[in-house]
Design a protein around this ligand. Sequence first.
Ligand code: BG6
Length: 494
Amino acid sequence: PAPSGAVFYLFGATGDLAKRKLFPALFSLYKEGKLAEDFAVVGLARRPRTNDQFRSDLYDSINEFCRYKATDAELWNRFAQHFVYMSLDINNVDGFRELNVLSEELDRKFEIKGNRLFYLALAPELFGPVSFNLREGGLLQSPGWHRLVIEKPFGYDLPSAQLLNEQLSQVFKEEEIYRIDHYLGKEMVQNIEVIRFANAFFEPLWNRDHIANVQITLSETVGVEDRGGYYDKSGALRDMGQNHMLQMLTMIAMEPPSREHPEDIRDEKVKVLRSLRQFASSDDVRKRVVRGQYAEGSLRGKELKGYRQEDSVNPESTTETYFAAKVFVDNFRWAGVPFYIRTGKRLPVKTTEVVIEFKNAPDNVLFSRKHSLQPNLLVIRVNPMEGIYIKINAKKPGTDSQIQPVAMEFCQSCQVGINTPEAYETLLHDAVQGDSTYFTRWDEVSHAWTFVDKIAAAWRESTSDLMQYAAGSWGPQQADRLLAEDGYHWWPVN
Ligand code: BG6
């Protein structure tokens, strides 16, 4: 295999993502031997910082956020010497030329074969300018591979995403661009394919004949914290819907790929996105989508501000912090099966869960007259608890004929606990290996925008459907109606 050691360029090295996710991910990979000695990390940001200061930030971040701590001094020193910092004005190409000189030194020092991974933890409007300067500064001329890793949001809507993509594609080929959707790096999201395709219990039932509906919940207890400036322009639909939620939906709905090849898997996901039933009109949006914004409330005895009172949020903001939608995948497998999706900030629990509700066994003389049977459920718990449980019907012990639902549970977090790799670890490792399976390809991104843009357009026409909900509650009650009109209800999360 091609040598995988590389120079990592961390744009935005003094930011939150580097501190909370990227530094810890690099340390875990190093500690587990997934990163050998042939690598270097260049921290890049505008503010001046010495290498020592940078390494001390790194140390603090690892001890605060990493699942391994930097307790072994020898290991820590060996790791830290791979890190250097350079202050860079990203609009000035001369700085990039200097960076190129530094890179060649690092290549020699750590015996790296010219591989370069550019990680842009930056605002998307900077992706284009940075890419151009990487090229002008000579950074793409080294002998090895060159990869660009970028964070969401990838645009604000389809036109802005297209523009961004055009800029990037002047410098990088599609297969060199790794668009992060960190939900795809989560263990249990990756596990969905295994659960579906490796189990005789589920694979034959995974279709419209046996599945009544699918429910996907991404609920958060946090508010907008200090991200008001970004969030107020984005809202829940763009922040979670366009990416994480639709990606999870494609993992649930996709056909088995013909080969275990990144492009084949992504082709199947694109087919699902293409089959999403588009909204026919603004009325259709109002019928199938509910949006809300949190007002004052309380959670576990703590008083909470309303969204409009948060820092950097417009006091008259009409940005949604919650949405729920009824989505259909109009293909052969899923005809008529509703997918209910919901996400929101300031809800009562932090959880990501997928519930597959199966159709009931047919009425039969034995049971149905005396009981109303509960449907079988398969619940995939993604985060923060990881696991799977199924709900089945069984006889209530000690009774003649009473039936009760019982749960069979596999709790992955209880067994593997804190040793599960973090999403960013998995994704960084994949990017270094050149495996793009769990990154989003341009056509996925563009189909997702097409779908989401229709909702956003209807919302722009009028805000009369924006509901307020108390912080700490489960969001607007209208979201229950989406299911009730089909004879279902949201299953309580666990
Ligand atoms: C991010 C969103 O992509 O995902 C945040 O921008 C959100 O608003 C976060 O809080 C949730 O991620 P996780 O991994 O904590 O569920």
